[in-house]
Design a protein around this ligand. Structure first.
Ligand SMILES: NC(=O)c1ccc[n+]([C@@H]2O[C@H](COP(=O)([O-])OP(=O)(O)OC[C@H]3O[C@@H](n4cnc5c(N)ncnc54)[C@H](OP(=O)(O)O)[C@@H]3O)[C@@H](O)[C@H]2O)c1
Length: 302
């Protein structure tokens, strides 16, 4: 498993990271269906065995379930896994920022669940664009960083345009956002800007929530409790059409998962591709992608 440096920070981590949203069920936030604690544990153990050292989570995933799982299973100490978690979600959803007290309580709860003195990376979880540019939003986290509770501050956004706002803030060292074969908005300048500024980009939803896994098509249905079941038929058809248009670029014998990971990991500006595997068997493809090298630009298959 190759590692990459996270921007200008002193952190290095595996170029493929494990995202823990799909492991955490639906408590606190709609997810990928019912939680299966044994399978979740086996998936994290398989990731560790494959050399994955970057784990993405959030206090809200399974109402603390995902953080507690990582707290129990990850090695601590120097050279251990790098943990990225997030907070402020419920406040941001109401259009306001958590105050100092609220942030302190959230970070304290995450530290307890993760069993870590220092949280390597702490991200604002989906802040509305109007708040991303305000210095006051970051002050509580800067204080907690000064107190040694947080290593690095960042922002997790759903749209690349909001990522631009985050890159402009001097407090922000890490930006997390979707980047995949079907969503290349980050490639409209943001990736190179982040590299110029020495800020880490964590690419997430690399498999477009499973739509790039090759397992699903327009007629696919999902289990009760899986947020993907609510996608309208016309959207599923559009995704299938967009994916079909990429078919000529897939190398002979290359799976959709391999192709999707290659596309993201070809980019040297990306520190890690975060994939939400939810079965231990799904780790194998992540392990394979861990050997890929970045190239200066993406080349279609020859
Ligand atoms: N706002 C935010 O901050 C935010 C939002 C979204 C995600 N995230 C983070 O980013 C991570 C990645 O996003 P995501 O998990 O939603 O999307 P993703 O990684 O694009 O897709 C996850 C889905 O892909 C399928 N999958 C994973 N590995 C596979 C493999 N090797 N082979 C075949 N299928 C595979 C699984 O689907 P099935 O097994 O069901 O087929 C899984 O549920 C999350 O886990 C979370 O940590 C953050």
């Amino acid at each position: 498993m190759r590692t990459r440096r996270l921007g200008k920070t002193a952190l290095r981590a595996s170029q493929v990271g494990l995202g823990t949203w799909p492991l955490a069920g639906n408590a606190g936030l709609a997810g990928y269906g019912a939680v299966d604690p044994e399978r979740a544990e086996a998936t994290v153990r398989a990731a560790l065995a494959a050399g994955i050292t970057l784990f993405d989570t959030a206090g809200i995933y399974g109402d603390g379930f995902a953080e507690s799982l990582l707290g129990r299973l990850l090695p601590g100490g120097e050279g251990g896994a790098v943990v990225c978690t997030k907070g402020g979600f419920s406040h941001f959803a109401q259009g306001r920022a958590p105050d100092r007290r609220a942030f302190k309580a959230e970070v304290a709860a995450s530290r307890d669940r993760l069993r870590r003195e220092v949280i390597d990376i702490y991200l604002l979880h989906n802040p509305p664009p109007v708040l991303i540019g305000l210095p006051d939003v970051y002050r509580p986290l800067q204080d907690l960083r000064d107190h040694g509770w947080i290593g690095h501050i960042g922002v997790s956004v759903a749209r690349a345009i909001d990522g631009w706002l985050a890159l402009d803030r001097p407090e922000v060292e890490v930006v997390q956002l979707p980047f995949n074969l079907l969503n290349t908005q980050a490639d409209q300048g943001l990736l190179s800007r982040a590299a110029d500024l020495g800020k880490a980009v964590l690419a997430r939803e690399v498999l477009a929530n499973g739509w790039l896994s090759g397992r699903y098509g327009p007629a696919s249905t999902f289990a009760a409790g899986d947020f993907r079941q609510h996608l309208p038929a016309e959207v599923k058809a559009a995704i299938a059409g967009d994916r079909a248009a990429l078919e000529p670029y897939r190398r002979p014998g290359e799976s959709w998962v391999d192709f999707s990971l290659r596309f993201v990991l070809d980019r040297p500006e990306i520190s890690s591709a975060i994939v939400g595997a939810r079965h231990p068997q799904q780790i194998e493809a992540l392990s394979k992608a861990g050997t890929l090298s970045p190239s200066p630009s993406w080349h279609p298959a020859d």
